[in-house]
Ligand binder design. Structure first.
Ligand code: CP
Length: 305
């Protein structure tokens, strides 16, 4: 029995295998329709979500399985003081696999230690969001045709943006990558990420202005300023509109640069970018279903010939 807490739990071969399976699901969905018949996914969401929870549920339903769960802590016995570990033990009696989102970093890991079924981290505080990374990798692989030889700009809240941390960890294992971190000083990427890149001799830059770097990028990964992780409203208001990608700014970017965003967006991408063929953030949300299907099959040890 295996869980997914961090994207680093998966080797590069396993990442490539999940991406290949997701692409096969896109090509041959009918081959997967009943693979999880009589299996149940429990979605335990202690924090709000639209994409992650619903795409996990859609993934399990597409595989012929069923879904149980809750979408807020207040409707679970966590509101009466039940621990994450006890919750995981109890849900192990009712389901075959758990997807858990929690505001506390490490909570899905605690659940995975207590559960007798696989637990998938569906986002823990400002820490990790490995299945968003799987969706990001599938999007880049499908739309760019490669995961190596890329210059990737990550822009916005690089401090609290857990999707950024997971994505850099994943991509740092592919060849010839260069990272450009674009953020205000207060929202710089954590030191443990830049230390990891230095240890691996992977080139990176930290800059403040997006416009200066747009012409150099193969992929621009925009992020929302994470209001829910700020300690005071004043700092959030000051930083929330620091970056706004517009159609006019897109004129500075290469003709084949991809724009990704884990979503939800607030103001950081103007809606006038949405019709640009380089904007793939809505496709990215769709790809998330296929790669989560691939992950559920893998963790349940269900093989498709
Ligand atoms: N990308 C993402 O995690 O979105 P949700 O918060 O809506 O799940």
């Amino acid at each position: 029995m295996r869980s997914l807490n961090s994207i680093l739990d998966l080797g590069v071969d396993e990442l490539d295998g999940l991406i290949a399976t997701a692409k096969d699901i896109i090509a041959h969905p009918e081959a997967y329709w009943d693979r999880c018949a009589h299996k149940k996914l429990a979605t335990l969401f202690f924090e709000p979500s639209t994409r992650t929870r619903l795409s996990f549920e859609a993934a399990m339903l597409e595989l012929g399985g069923s879904v149980i769960g809750f979408s807020e802590a207040s409707s679970s016995s966590a509101s009466k003081g039940e621990s994450v570990a006890d919750t995981a033990k109890i849900v192990s009696c009712y389901a075959d696999i758990i997807a858990m989102r929690h505001p506390k970093e490490g909570a899905p890991y605690v659940a995975s230690q207590a559960a007798s079924i696989p637990v998938i981290n569906a986002g823990d505080g400002g820490h990790n969001h490995p299945t968003q990374t799987l969706a990001d990798l599938l999007t880049i692989s499908r739309e760019m045709g490669r995961l190596s030889n890329l210059t990737i700009g990550l822009c916005g809240d690089l401090k609290f943006g857990r999707t950024v941390h997971s994505l850099v960890n994943a991509l740092s294992r592919y060849d010839n990558l260069r990272f450009i971190f674009i953020s205000p000083t207060e929202l710089r990427v954590p030191d443990y990420i830049t230390e990891m890149l230095r240890e691996k001799n992977i080139p990176y830059e930290e800059v403040i202005r997006l416009e200066d770097k747009l012409p150099e990028l193969d992929v621009l990964y925009m992020t929302r300023v994470q209001k829910e992780r700020f300690f005071n409203e004043e700092d959030y208001v000051r930083l929330k509109d620091f970056y706004i990608l517009t159609a006019k700014k897109m004129n500075l970017a290469p003709p084949d640069m991809l724009v990704l965003h884990p979503l939800p967006r607030v103001n950081e991408i103007s809606v006038d970018v949405d019709d640009d063929p380089r904007a793939v953030y809505f496709k990215q949300a769709q790809y998330a279903v296929y790669v989560r299907m691939a992950l559920i099959l893998t963790l349940l040890n269900i093989h498709v010939d």
